[in-house]
Design a protein around this ligand. Sequence first.
Ligand code: EPZ
Length: 430
Amino acid sequence: MQYVMKGGIPLTGEVTIGGAKNAALGLLCAAIMTDDTVIIDNLPDVRDTNMLLEALCEIGAYVRRLNRHSVEICGKTVRTVRADSDNIRKIRASYYLMGALLGKYKKAEIALPGGCNIGSRPIDQHLKGFRALNASADIEFGMAVASSDHLTGGHIYLDVVSVGATINIMLAAALADGSTILENAAKEPHVVDVANMLNSMGANIKGAGTDIIRIKGVPRLHGTEYSVIPDQIEAGTFMLAAAVTQGDVTVKNVIPKHLEAISSKLMEIGCKVIEYDDAVRVICDHRPNHTDVKTLPYPGFPTDMQPQMTVALSIAEGTSIVTESVFESRFRYVNELTRMGATIKVVEGSAAVIKGVNRLTGAEVAAPDLRAGAALVLAGLGAEGYTVVTQIEFIQRGYEGFAEKLAGLGAQISMVEDDKEIMKFKLQVV
Ligand code: EPZ
């Protein structure tokens, strides 16, 4: 599948943001840690969550969709702690099953995760955490294997701030015997969301959202009904869409506090940002100004917004430097962007020097991963002429109805299968 679009129209209007994919992936795994029923609402209907739901079914969990955005899960029927299906291999967050199964059944064997190709993405910190909980944890024959005769609390200092390791250790420690202290923990909103849901299931987790998380293990968890937090990155992507197309977009159903790093960079490049209780409006009535950006763990500027920001800066007045400090190969999309007329030089893989150009021009480009794919769509919407973005399966991993939501803001964009449909699109749009 591909997206075809005609750029040059300022996006205007309101868009409703869905539940956070990266929170949902943790919550779905947490849900099987009790034998009671868990209902999760505001679940985004995206490829990654759907694949994880299938993976939960494959290990025996009961999964029933109540509607497009709500699901009922019961972990009582889980019959194996070994998960190695295609679904497991395709999504990065399947590693959360390690923490969930290790906590509940004291054993887990999970095929090594896939996900977006944005760097080497080791899981050494996850394994280190499990070992501190008195489990053995290793990689054997392509599987991450962990087990313990007596899972106990431990003291862990993470060597790198890792969202995945923080959530995974929290999951296992929630059902360990005794107290765990996790230092240098990730502070992302989805870490807090997983802690909140676990607490609503009877866990005792304090400090999520700060550097130090304290977990008092409990013998068992119970059922809950929980609503996923709004997706900070989906919201940020639409905010950047306003900047790239010089539009006026209100993202609704968001937590403005989670968007502060993005809002402040948008203001720096000359956009007007108005915050409401649960919405943010971004108005951009001129070409963006240049600025420098460095990605950092939360509350810093999110690495998942780096490509979208780079697109905005590619058409800014002046030269900008974007430094990627979280993942090592997150500039693979730059080649595609230069095919649209951007002037960007990547220095040693970790920084992009961007000389703003007056305008981008449409081209056929391929999405190399989820966020870069979304960024290329923004580039196409800001560019003159027609752009085709291929490999949109990546984008569908994390954006629900992306084209539809953009079209709701006035974008001329369509999802198409082949050249014939691209021709048809070109004949239809003016
Ligand atoms: C999560 O990945 C997100 N994925 C990513 O979103 C996001 O980019 C990332 O956090 C950073 O915010 C999910 O939530 C499923 P990390 P994760 O562990 O948990 C190094 C998207 O587009 N590290 O915080 O895998 C690692 O190499 C995706 O939605 C270790 O060295 O990221 C990286 O440099 C892409 N050892 C840094 O830490 C470890 O054991 C941060 O990674 C773990 C991580």
